[in-house]
Design a protein around this ligand. Structure first.
Ligand SMILES: [Zn+2]
Length: 494
């Protein structure tokens, strides 16, 4: 049925999904580039050539300028999925628009996009709680009003924006309320200003608040979320789609987007990219072109980068290494690192949705303190709490020089042969703390790679875990083997 969303793969709290629209099934996470029909620096034809099967445009602009009067697909000669926004962005920019919610909804019913939005009232960047609350209530009211008009249309997926801005309690209230309505596709409204200020910490809080307040089965759109730096982080929390005009706005200003940062074209000597634009021209040649053509080409390059980022994020989900991908991306900029650290604040939430076992098993790469927040590590910690001691004596073998799986290592085998009837045998390993030797073959206890130098922070945390374990299991005697020259040698003084 149109509007149905199916989850096909998951990693952390992110997913690859499939949304049914009238024109086609869309695979998420997905990016909708904003096309402004009045300033078509990048045309619908250009998007088609790039292989894009979706875009978003503004129904208020189409309506006001009488640009489209019937089926938008026919009029714009586009067979893919078209999403139309309502005019809310114009309200953010100009304060108000000369159109009512009813008119916007009826107009969209006439031009029949695949995905449509009623005229919500964006919270924007207001500092006033009372003003923000008004936008929440008014948006909910308009959502109800729209529902009466759209009940007969069953081939458009209608989006309900969630307002509240930086006020997380308002966002949470709004999200919980909207979740109970018949709307199948929800959106986080107006974080544009937060994005422009690179205030990614607030953005992560906003996304988490909304995502954790709505049903897992409903897709979530992020308005204005088009910078490659931040895409994988919000996907990891469960954002399914994005739209943005950043690719074109940046291009007008000679700003060149890469997957990790933004350059000014006039300051570039080389293009670190091999897209058709960058393979064909040098930065100097682009600078010498007339502005219109330069903007178009830069915008096309910028789009390539956004699409690449979405694809790399999807690949990481597929291969179950989204956490490592976030770690890798986090060093792009201190504000991105802050976003990553903020995502880790929600590690329990990520663990809740992270699949336990998935397809082909691959080794985990463990790096530093941040790796301790991986879902697998949280689960292992919980597992250690649940272990019951079978004997009054524990033997701890420091695992620095052992081979994995530990149970097959000759040293471990010989200890087990001698002592499995009188002692509980554990392997001490940074990050994990302790691994019971008898189950050391199971995932993820035998599939990991550690750095040769482990940071002090990780060692301290590992020793804490071991200490807590030994105290709670009340062993009478603990024997240490191979620990004198171990990274975890301090374990002997616990
Ligand atoms: Zn390029």
């Amino acid at each position: 049925m149109i509007g149905d969303f199916e989850v096909k793969d998951e990693d952390l709290a992110g997913r690859i999904g499939s949304l049914e629209t009238r024109s086609q099934r869309l695979e998420s996470p997905i990016f909708f580039p904003v096309v402004n029909p009045l300033k078509p620096e990048v045309s619908v034809e250009d998007l088609k050539k790039l292989g894009l099967k979706q875009f978003i445009t503004n129904s208020y602009i189409l309506y006001k300028n009488k640009l489209v009067n019937e089926d938008i697909h026919k009029e714009l000669n586009f067979e893919g999925s078209v999403m139309t926004d309502s005019g809310a962005y114009q309200i953010l920019q100009y304060g108000s628009v000369e159109i009512t919610n009813r008119e916007v909804v009826e107009y969209q019913l006439k031009i029949r996009p695949d995905i449509a939005v009623f005229l919500d009232l964006p919270t924007g960047n207001t500092e006033s709680y009372e003003d923000a609350k008004i936008t929440v209530e008014e948006t909910i009211k308009r959502g109800k009003e729209a529902l009466e008009l759209i009940s007969s249309s069953n081939d458009i997926v209608w989006v309900h924006p969630i307002q509240g801005g930086r006020f997380l309690d308002l966002l949470s209230y709004s999200a919980k309320f909207v979740d109970k309505t018949p709307y199948k596709f929800l959106a986080l409204g107006s974080p544009t200003v937060v994005m422009q200020e690179y205030d990614y910490v607030t953005l992560i809080d906003m996304v988490f608040t909304v995502r954790s307040s709505i049903s897992r089965g409903k897709p979530l759109h992020l308005f204005g979320g088009g910078l490659p730096q931040i895409i994988p982080f919000v996907v990891a929390l469960g954002v399914d789609s994005f739209d943005s005009a950043s690719y074109i706005i940046y291009a007008r200003d000679n700003r060149y987007i890469t997957r990790s940062r933004t350059y000014r074209l006039e300051e570039m000597d080389y293009f670190p990219c091999s897209c058709p634009v960058c393979s064909r021209y040098t930065p100097k040649e682009l600078m010498e072109m007339d502005k219109k053509e330069r903007t178009r080409l830069l915008a096309i390059h910028n789009l390539y980068k956004i699409i690449e980022e979405i694809n790399e994020t999807k690949l990481a989900i597929r291969e179950n290494r989204l956490f490592e991908y976030l770690q890798e991306k986090s060093y792009a900029h201190p504000s991105v690192y802050s976003a990553f650290r903020r995502v880790l604040k929600y590690a329990e939430y990520l663990e809740k949705y992270d699949p336990r076992v998935k397809g082909e098993i691959r080794g985990m790469f463990l790096y530093d303190e941040n790796s301790l927040h991986r879902p697998e590590m949280l689960r292992h910690k919980r597992f250690l709490e649940s272990v019951t001691s079978k004997h009054s004596k524990a033997i701890i073998i420091c695992g620095d020089n052992l081979s994995v799986p530990f149970i097959n290592d000759p040293k471990v085998r010989s200890v087990l042969q001698r002592h499995y009837q009188d002692s509980d045998v554990y392997i001490a390993i940074p990050f994990y703390g302790l691994i019971p030797a008898l189950i050391s073959e199971s995932y993820p206890l035998a599939q990991f790679e550690l750095p040769s130098e482990v940071s002090e922070g990780v060692i301290t945390e590992t020793l804490n875990v071991i200490k807590k374990f030994l105290v709670s299991k009340k062993y009478d005697k603990v024997e240490f083997i191979e620990c004198e020259n171990s990274k975890l040698s301090h374990v002997m003084s616990i």
